[in-house]
Design a protein around this ligand. Structure first.
Ligand SMILES: [Zn+2]
Length: 95
């Protein structure tokens, strides 16, 4: 019997714009909700790490898109979105 396809690390929420569901590393099968547009584009995640470390940095005005303001899930969601965007732009470039 073939093994089931592993689910992608990052998937679009499907119902909310710019919201991604990112696989948890510590809890197999669980996903964290990442809203890339929250906090003026600095993003928001529902994990403990974001609440304890990243949110205070965002609140203190640290620059968006850095390790200080993004948890692992935020980094993966941003990368996923950027890859899709660049692939779309590259495709348009060749049309
Ligand atoms: Zn997170």
């Amino acid at each position: 019997m073939p093994l089931p396809e592993p689910l992608p690390l990052v998937i679009a929420s499907g119902t909310e714009r710019m919201v991604y569901l990112v696989a948890s590393k510590s809890r197999p099968g669980a996903r964290h909700r990442v809203d890339l547009l929250a906090n003026k584009g600095a993003s928001e995640c529902d994990c403990k790490s974001w609440a304890c470390r990243n949110w205070p940095a965002i609140r203190d005005g640290k620059p968006a898109g850095t390790k200080e303001t993004l948890c692992r899930h935020g980094i993966l969601a941003r990368r996923h979105f950027l890859n899709l965007l660049l692939q779309t732009l590259a495709k348009e470039e060749n049309e």
